[in-house]
Design a protein around this ligand. Sequence first.
Ligand SMILES: NC(=O)C1=CN([C@@H]2O[C@H](COP(=O)(O)OP(=O)(O)OC[C@H]3O[C@@H](n4cnc5c(N)ncnc54)[C@H](OP(=O)(O)O)[C@@H]3O)[C@@H](O)[C@H]2O)C=CC1
Ligand SMILES: O=C(O)CCC(=O)C(=O)O
Ligand SMILES: [Mg+2]
Length: 423
Amino acid sequence: MVQGEKVTVVDGVVKTPDHVTIPFIEGDGTGPDIWAASSRVLEAAVDKAYEGKRSIVWKEVLAGEKAFETTGEWLPEETLETIREYKIAIKGPLTTPIGGGFRSLNVALRQKLDLFTCLRPVRYFDGVPSPVKRPEDTDMVIFRENTEDIYAGIEWEKGTEEVEKIIKFLKDEMGVTNIRFPETSGIGIKPVSEEGTHRLVKAAIEYAIKENRKSVTLVHKGNIMKFTEGAFKNWGYELAEREYGDKVFTWAQYDKIAEKEGREAANKAQQEAEAAGKIIVKDVIADIFLQQILTRPREFDVVATMNLNGDYISDALAAQVGGIGIAPGANINYETGHAIFEATHGTAPKYAGLDKVNPSSVILSGVLMLEHLGWNEAADLIIESMNKTISSKVVTYDFARLMDDAKEVKTSEFADELIKNMN
Ligand SMILES: NC(=O)C1=CN([C@@H]2O[C@H](COP(=O)(O)OP(=O)(O)OC[C@H]3O[C@@H](n4cnc5c(N)ncnc54)[C@H](OP(=O)(O)O)[C@@H]3O)[C@@H](O)[C@H]2O)C=CC1
Ligand SMILES: O=C(O)CCC(=O)C(=O)O
Ligand SMILES: [Mg+2]
C-alpha cells in the first residue's frame, strides 16, 4: 500500500506531496452513501490524470454520530488535532439538533480551526434543471464570514439564571428599554469585528483579482444593525481603499465624488475605473439582494457577507443553478492554509441509507480540494465528466423529477457514470 504524506504550507502556499494523506469525515444521515460515491470519483480522477504517479490516501477521522458511538464524544480532540496536522480535510454533513442539545459540530470545526472563509462558488452546469429562465446568468462566488455573527452561538435560554442576569444588566446598566417581553425572552449576541471583516473582505478581493472578476459586493443589513452589519460595510470599504487603492473603485468613493461634483462626475469615474480593469467594490442591503439575484444576477460576481446572511444566500443561490444537490463549498483559513471541504447541504436524513441523493455537492467540493492542492488536471476531468453526464440526462432523483426523459440513477450509479465518462 502507498504511504501518504502530509500537505505542507509555506508562506501561505500549499505544497502537495505526490501521495497525499487526506483526513475525511464520512458524515451523518446520507453522508455514508455520498462519501462512498464521492471518494471513488475523486480517486478515479487522480488515477486517470496522473496514472499512479499521484494518489490520495484517505485517513478517516471521526465526528458526529459515528464518533459518539465509538468514543462517547461528538467531536473528539483527536479529530481536530489530525486536521490541524494534515492541514486539509473533506467532510460529509453532520446533524445539529434543533432548539436544544449540542451546538453545531460544523460550526465548531470552523471556529476551532479558525477557518474564517466559507467559500461557496455558484455556477451553472449545462442541462441542470433550474427554476429560473437563464440559470447560466448566475455565476457568483460567495465569501461568507465563518467564525462570528449571531452564528457564533452566544445565547441564553428563556427562564435561566443567565438570561435573567443578562436582561437585568441590559436594563439597569445599559439603559435598554426595548426588550418587548423580558420575562419570556431568550437572548442571543451578535459579535462582528473589524479584524474578522478585514480578513474576509481581503480574501474576497484577492480572489477577485486572481480570478479576473469584475466586482465584490458587500451584502449587509446595516440600516437596521448599524454597529455590526453597517460596520461590516464601512470596514469593508476602508480595507478595499487602504490596501487595494490602485486595483479597486468603491461605491464609497463614488458617493464622495457625487457629493462634491455631482452624479455625472461619479458615473464617469466609475466607468473609467471599469475601463481600466479595476474591481468595483459595492454594497447592497440583504433583503433587496435576495430579489436582485433573481431579477438581475449578472450584476453580481464575488459576494462578501456575514455568517447568517451567507447561510441563507448560499441555499437561495444554489436553487437558481439546480439546487442543493450540486452546491459545493470550502472552509478556508488563507493565512495558515488549513481548509475543510464540504457540501452546502445537510444530512437529508429521510434519504439516509437509500443510495438515492445527489453526490455532486461533495464531489464538487472535492474538485475545489483538488484545485487547492494544485491538482487541476484531475479537477478538470471531473468537471468535464459532470457536464457530459448531466447533459446526457443520467441524473439522481432531484434532477430527474424536474427533467423530461431523464434516466434516474442511484447515488452509486451516478458515480459509476461519472467515472465512465472521464476521458
Ligand atoms: N454543513 C453541514 O454539515 C450542514 C448540516 N446541516 C444539518 O443537516 C440536518 C438536516 O438539515 P435540513 O435543513 O433538512 O437540510 P438538508 O440540506 O439536509 O436537506 C434539505 C433538503 O434538501 C435536499 N437535499 C439535501 N441534500 C441533498 C442531496 N445530496 N441531493 C439532493 N437533494 C438534497 C432534499 O430535498 P427534497 O426533500 O426536496 O428531496 C432535502 O430534503 C440538520 O441537522 C442540519 O443542522 C444542514 C446544513 C449544512
Ligand atoms: O451546522 C449546521 O447544522 C448547519 C450549517 C449550515 O446550514 C451551513 O453552514 O450552511
Ligand atoms: Mg446552510
